[in-house]
Design a protein around this ligand. Structure first.
Ligand code: ADP
Length: 164
């Protein structure tokens, strides 16, 4: 059994992400969910908020750890001594970007394999951006993220409304 890293922005983590975490955690000995701290990309939730939410949502999974990382994913994977990268596939639209990344990572370190899990039907159209778009306009996101995340999104967007 292997150690795997599931990287992503998780801004915020959706039920689709959690499903991938739960399913991949069953396939490996240890799973590190790696929250990207990307200084070049504006995120709604801070990296600490994203890490804390994921910790709560996976607290029942003993073989899952949540960490943040910045820089090259392949370097983080090496530091973690992991052998596998997990990614999720939703639709054909994910294909180009995901294959490019997997091939690039393989070139950088041929000992690391990227494994893809196909999303469940109900999560195929679910993305963090769609969730943020709905929350921004006051829509109900309680069916696609956990209640605490829904509350945080509501608070963030009402705070930004208040600043206008
Ligand atoms: P990134 O910015 O690295 O794409 P994301 O947080 O958007 O970070 O996604 C992380 C991974 O989770 C990606 O492999 C993405 O395809 C996958 N993913 C995102 N949403 C879903 C979903 N609804 N179902 C399955 N996989 C998903």
């Amino acid at each position: 059994m292997k150690k795997a890293v599931y990287p992503g922005s998780f801004d915020p983590a959706t039920n689709g992400h959690i499903d991938i975490i739960r399913r991949s955690a069953k396939q490996v000995e240890h799973l590190v969910v790696a929250v990207l701290n990307n200084i070049n990309k504006h995120s709604l939730l801070s990296v600490d908020e994203r890490v804390d939410l994921l910790k709560e949502l996976t607290s029942d999974l003993p073989n899952v750890t949540i960490k943040s990382f910045s820089g090259l994913l392949i370097d983080f994977v090496a530091i973690e001594k992991a052998e596998v990268i997990i990614r999720g596939f939703r639709a054909i639209s994910d294909y180009e970007h995901e294959i490019q990344m997997a091939q690039m990572n393989h070139q950088l370190d041929p000992t690391i394999e990227t494994l893809f899990l196909v999303t469940r039907n109900e999560y195929s159209f679910l993305s963090s951006s769609v969730v943020k778009e709905i929350a921004k306009f006051g829509g109900d996101v309680s069916g696609v993220v956990d209640p605490k995340t829904a509350l945080i999104l509501k608070r963030k967007y009402s705070e930004s409304e208040g600043l206008k």
